[in-house]
Design a protein. Structure first.
Length: 173
């Protein structure tokens, strides 16, 4: 037994870190106390780019998001599981624009391709210039300091670019 965090506990791993169940309990407690959401700090939520393949231009809708004028897909990178590990990167002003459809074919992302990353331009109502946002599954989201993180996260949740990879445990607090 060890003394940890003002109490005696045996829930320690070999490297001295708290056991998984204690970490999950702390995440749920902090999420509930700070944001009234016990799954706020849940580490089993990952980013995905599948809505781009499934919904196309409809996945970029900003209809229910206040403070956001539009979202434009600027760049997408995907790979094929072949022996050569072919990686294709498309970059332009607007990938869903009708001018770019013929060279890329009827669909922007071919079936069987693994989507590696996408770059978006977020046009906020209060800013004159767009903010660049890069999303790379499973857990990387990059954006500049001038971007409104709450609006970006709300759009990601609303449009389905974030999903659960594991069953979320609810803790009785």
């Amino acid at each position: 037994m060890r003394f940890c965090r003002n109490r005696w506990c045996s829930a320690q791993t070999a490297n001295g870190l708290p056991a998984r169940s204690e970490r999950e309990f702390c995440r749920a407690t902090f999420g509930l106390r700070l944001f009234i959401n016990p799954t706020y700090f849940n580490m089993s939520l990952d980013y995905t780019l599948e809505p781009l393949r499934e919904s196309g231009v409809d996945s970029l809708s900003t209809a229910v998001i206040r403070g956001l004028e539009k979202v434009v897909l600027r760049e997408i990178e995907y790979e094929f599981n072949t022996p050569n590990s072919e990686v294709i990167n498309h970059r332009t002003v607007d990938l869903f624009c009708s001018h770019h459809r013929p060279p890329l074919g009827p669909t922007l992302i071919p079936a069987g391709a693994n989507i590696l990353r996408a770059t978006f331009d977020f046009y906020f109502e209060r800013l004159s210039r767009p903010c660049k946002v890069q999303l790379r599954p499973p857990n990387i989201l990059r954006f500049g300091p001038a971007c409104d993180a709450r609006i970006i996260e709300h759009w990601i949740w609303t449009r389905g670019f974030r999903h659960s990879t594991k069953e979320i445990k609810e803790f009785k607090l």
